[in-house]
Design a protein. Structure first.
Length: 447
């Protein structure tokens, strides 16, 4: 028999670490055979101890290659010219891509056969193999990144007093049965590569930015951070009915919460562009990637029909009591605007979904006795006429030494939690410093 390297034959003179790459490449492609004890030129060199060499290769394969590939490998001892060699027959695996456990599902850990050589696979090739093996469900596909942590998710479960351990990792589909992290695990990990971009504009066009942020990390972290940021810009306006003061938020908190949750749960994560939130003086827009599921129309969504694009993600949000089991989100959004002068709108394309929330305090026509006038959107006013929350706090600190959270709450006419978030943001930005203990906390301007 003449030995020669081909697309399906690899020759190795001795047992060495590189054999793992050859086995990987054949298993990830169309199978092949590795002959050990034969030089690159086809010369039969032989091996001194066939049994020991076979055991060494078998142990390397078992310990270094994921997922388990042993069922697709057959070892055969052969005699040629009075010398012993090993034939390693590799079939195409069904759980591709196979990879070196120390390298992970990255090009440096995944090999494919290209001509007569084994080479690192491209990211595109890795994703294609995952799709072919795991199906079209994005959530259940194996994550390319397997170095994941879950600090934010663990804290959320802890806050809700719900168990979260290894058993839950698999029952919630964060890991597959072979303990590999799925794309769902990636979304909820601290290494989540998807983000939300939020921009605040001066007018009703995108010509002038007042502020813009990008929020990343676990979807749980993004949920809290983005809501808090929107809450800072969700101003309270007061009106009076005789002696009774009535506070009105620009945007119903229920609507903001439901739209934000909707943008996370129903997003199509096969696209890598960020979710966009735009805040204008008279409205707020949420643009999420992923159009309506096949077969549904916009009218169906408004009726409360829900076909979840990410059911396992929705299940986790449900367990954490963030959403309800049925499609009530759109109804809650619409109900929160009941009796308001303007209603939310929904715009849908083939690949995107936009919800527009009108500012209930902007541009409203008010009748008082025989006078009719229009309420001017708060953000159209100049900063000198209507200073921001931070500016109001700094103005007070220019007149007095320090300020408490309660004083900020009364100054801005906001809730306790909102006042705390504003102060924390200012501390993080280096505008003010925090002094004292938990019961005597005060804030002072940075000199």
């Amino acid at each position: 028999m003449t030995f020669q390297e081909t697309e399906k034959v690899e020759l190795k003179s001795i047992v060495q670490e590189d054999i793992k790459k050859e086995i990987l490449a054949f298993a990830n492609c169309n199978g092949g055979t590795v002959y050990v004890g034969v030089s690159d030129h086809g010369e039969i060199l032989g091996l001194e101890d066939i049994d020991a060499s076979t055991l060494q290769i078998s142990n390397m394969v078992r310990d270094s290659i994921k997922p388990d590939i042993t069922m697709f490998i057959h070892y055969e001892a052969l005699e040629y010219e009075g010398k012993s060699i090993i034939a390693i027959h590799i079939q195409r695996g069904i759980n591709r891509p196979y990879y070196l456990s120390k390298k992970g599902l990255r090009p440096e850990g995944v090999y494919v056969r290209q001509g007569y050589s084994s080479v690192p696979a491209s990211d595109t090739a890795i994703r294609q193999m995952i799709k072919e093996s795991d199906g079209d469900s994005f959530e259940e596909m194996r994550s390319i990144n397997q170095a994941l942590s879950f600090d934010a998710l663990k804290q959320e479960f802890k806050t809700r007093k719900i168990p979260f351990a290894q058993a839950q990792m698999q029952s919630l589909h964060l890991q597959s049965v072979d303990k590999l992290y799925t794309n769902l695990g990636l979304l909820l990990s601290d290494q989540c590569p998807y983000s939300i971009k939020v921009a605040v504009f001066e007018g009703n066009t995108q010509n002038i930015f007042k502020d813009r942020r990008e929020f990343s990390g676990s979807l749980m972290q993004q949920l809290h951070d983005v809501y808090d940021y929107i809450d800072l810009h969700n101003q309270v306006h007061a009106s009076f009915d005789k002696l009774l003061r009535i506070d009105n938020r620009d945007y119903p908190e229920v609507a903001v919460r439901e739209v934000l949750l909707n943008s996370l749960v129903h997003r199509d994560y096969a696209f890598h562009a960020a979710t966009l939130i735009s805040i204008y003086p008279d409205h707020m827009e949420f643009v999420t990637l992923g159009g309506l599921p096949t077969g549904l129309e916009l009218a169906d969504i408004k009726l409360g029909i829900s076909v979840c694009r990410n059911p396992h993600l929705a299940n986790i949000f449900y367990r954490l009591q963030l959403i309800e089991a049925y499609g009530t989100g759109i109804k809650k959004i619409m109900d929160s605007y009941f009796g308001k002068w303007k209603q939310p709108s929904i715009i849908c394309s083939n690949n995107a979904f936009k919800i527009v929330l009108p500012n209930t305090n902007a541009g409203q026509i008010v009748k008082e006795d025989s006078v009719i006038y229009s309420v001017t959107p708060y953000s159209v006013a100049s900063s000198s006429t209507l200073p921001s929350a931070e500016e109001q706090i700094l103005q007070v600190l220019s007149r007095q030494k320090d300020i408490t959270r309660k004083e900020v709450q009364e100054l801005l006419e906001v809730s306790q939690s909102t006042a705390g978030r504003i102060l924390k943001t200012m501390v993080d930005r280096g505008q003010i410093i925090k002094l004292g203990g938990s019961l005597t906390t005060r804030y002072r301007a940075v000199q």
